[in-house]
Design a protein around this ligand. Structure first.
Ligand code: COA
Length: 335
């Protein structure tokens, strides 16, 4: 059983990998710093603990480890990789962190660049990479989601610091002439609602010479209107998936797994209920890792592939959503 037969190029999903830092920050740990409790955090979010990268780690190191695990699953010769896209909002180098992953992998024939779309970033990067493969420009791509959100959190803000953690995940995608395992996708942006979730730069006015001024810049911490983001997610995510079902002639009964960006267990359950997915079909590892931004989707995916929950040819409905505001959905067949 394989995807739609084609006369044109399709894509197939060949491997997955992930990496999380060793440091574990529990709800009890957070409650020593801000006025909150394990009970409050678990009941409102489903999160018990999250990983925090050590000072020696960054998105490239985490992304490299996830990418290497995905490549090892495929057994590809490293020289045959044409494209590496790193989805991240927390680069260790604002000029791009993907080249340093390319260098660490020794993937000297691959072009590597960053893509920023916050928590939608991994999904947008998979769709972007798939376009390069489907046009015949490239044959093999590695798509990575890696974020070190802990560096940009106000650890004194109990409304946001409980939600996030660090980590990375990756998948290996290949062009194929036989079938297309990316069944359909859709992507949306609403900049008008962008103010509900930001990581803005802080502008400091200064002068270069007497009559030329400039702004030196650094970044502040995550600013979030939790209730508005929650409302956005539970409204838009079911809608975009429903529309994708209509476009592709699929329905929830034909889908093996619902793989949503891991933001809040209540969001996952609400979207699942709206779309008539039984709880057993909703993939979740929120309890262990919290929201790792661009990393959540490949992190859950890799976990489910490695513990043989997701099997070859399983059909997965996925959706990424978050800052921008941006959101997207894709239907794909694993393998
Ligand atoms: N511990 C204890 N109390 C807390 C708290 C915490 N960590 N955070 C907020 N509260 C308090 C508030 O101060 C408020 O108290 P008040 O009524 O006395 O003013 C009360 O709890 C309710 O706050 P509210 O913001 O309405 O809570 P909520 O049920 O909406 O839950 C979030 C807050 C952040 C968990 C929830 O809005 C959410 O998950 N939103 C989506 C955020 C998200 O996913 N962002 C990333 C998207 S990619």
């Amino acid at each position: 059983m394989e995807g739609t037969n084609l006369n044109q190029i399709g894509v197939s999903f060949k491997g997955s990998g992930s990496y999380v830092p060793n440091q574990i920050l529990t709800n009890q740990d957070i409650s020593k710093r801000v006025d909150t409790s394990d009970e409050w955090i678990k009941s409102r979010t489903g999160i018990s603990e999250r990983r925090i990268s050590g000072i020696e780690e960054d998105v490239s190191q985490m992304g490299y480890k996830a990418a290497l695990a995905a490549i090892n699953m495929t057994k590809w010769d490293i020289n045959t990789i044409d494209l590496i896209i790193l989805a991240t909002s927390t680069p260790h180098d604002l000029f791009g962190s993907a080249p340093s992953i390319q260098e660490r992998l020794g993937a000297k024939n691959a072009v590597a660049f960053d893509l920023t779309a916050a928590c939608s970033g991994f999904l947008f990067a998979v769709i972007t990479a798939s376009q390069f493969l489907k046009t015949g420009s490239y044959k093999r791509a590695i798509v990575i989601g890696s974020d070190q959100i802990s560096s940009y959190i106000d650890w004194n803000d109990r409304r946001s610091c409980i939600l996030f953690g660090d980590g990375a995940g990756a998948i290996a995608i290949e062009a194929t002439l036989k079938y297309d395992n990316l069944i359909g996708f859709d992507m949306r942006t609403d900049g008008q609602r962008g103010c509900f979730l930001n990581l803005p730069s802080q502008i400091n006015e200064d002068v270069i010479t007497e009559n030329i001024n400039y702004s030196s810049s650094s970044f502040s911490s995550i600013q979030m209107n939790g209730q508005e983001v929650y409302k956005f997610a539970v409204k838009e995510v079911p809608l975009i998936i429903e529309n994708l079902f209509k476009k592709t002639n699929y329905s929830s009964e034909k889908i093996d797994w619902l793989l949503l960006h891991q933001a809040n267990q209540r969001i996952l359950d609400s979207v699942g209920d709206r779309l008539n997915f039984s709880r057993g079909k909703i993939l979740s590892n929120l309890s262990d890792y919290g929201n790792t931004s661009a990393a959540t989707i490949p992190l859950v995916l890799d976990e489910a592939v490695r513990n043989k929950k997701i099997k070859q040819n399983d059909i997965i409905a996925t959706s990424g959503f978050g800052a921008g505001l941006s959101w997207g959905a894709a239907l794909f067949r694993w393998g």
